[in-house]
Design a protein around this ligand. Structure first.
Ligand code: B16
Ligand code: MG
Length: 217
């Protein structure tokens, strides 16, 4: 049996949300807009442009298009400085075990992320070569919950949507997987990821027999 396994990046493979938070917080500070960890939660899985739009909305602030571009660039430069410090110690628990198990079962593996920095992050943590294909924010135009990112991943793997399984930490990402007709597996809080087909706190809770069931279903 050949399924397609598609992984989100931030919140599933690594916890880059903490770096996004630091960089957005800095930017919000400069604009005099309060920015909390709760608000950062709402930016998970959301594109860079949409994230800045939301922060400006929260602060009732409007700026010129030029300034908008400049702020996005500044934020990304700061974010990239944090990314530069990353190594394999930042991979979330048991992610390599699951990737290696899928590989040993000859299952195709894709990345499906909203981030435009996905490739560099995978390189930094040493997981780049584990993926048969990578679809990220540089390849798609429509943001999750639109299914574009996952549908493109499935087609690059050569696997029908219905035979794909998506691991996601954000509600918008779970909805994107469901909208693509894929099996959705939430990684995180089951009270948040209510629309997922399955939810696990993290990959340490995902055992081989469950993965075998997915492969053979
Ligand atoms: P970038 P994911 C998403 O990654 C993050 O969750 C989200 O917070 C971020 O704004 C978005 O990527 C864009 O990231 O600024 O690097 O292009 O969860 O879809 O892997
Ligand atoms: Mg995510």
């Amino acid at each position: 049996n050949r399924k397609g396994f598609i992984f989100d990046l931030d919140g599933v493979i690594v916890d880059t949300a903490k770096y996004h938070f630091l960089a957005w917080q800095n930017l919000a500070n400069e604009l005099g807009i309060p920015f909390t960890e709760e608000q950062n939660e709402q930016l998970k899985g959301v594109s860079r442009v949409k994230s800045l739009e939301k922060i400006l909305e929260w602060g009732n602030t409007s700026i010129s298009e030029d300034q908008f571009q400049k702020l996005m660039n500044d934020k990304n430069e700061e974010y990239l400085a944090y990314i530069a410090t990353m190594d394999e110690s930042e991979i979330l628990p048991d992610v390599p075990r699951v990737l290696d198990f899928l590989c040993s079962k000859n299952q195709p593996i894709a990345l499906g992320s909203a981030s435009k920095n996905a490739r560099i992050i995978l390189e930094k943590v040493g997981l780049y070569s584990k993926f048969d294909t990578i679809v990220d924010g540089t390849n798609v135009t429509k943001a999750k919950p639109d299914p574009e990112v996952f549908i493109l991943g499935a087609s690059q793997l050569g696997v029908p949507n219905k035979q794909c399984i998506v691991f996601e930490d954000s509600l918008a990402g779970i909805q994107a997987a469901n909208n693509a007709g894929m099996i959705s597996i939430g990684i995180g809080d089951k009270n948040v990821l209510t629309e997922a087909n399955y939810v696990f706190a993290d990959f340490t809770q995902i055992h081989q027999d469950f993965i075998n069931q997915l492969i053979n279903s």
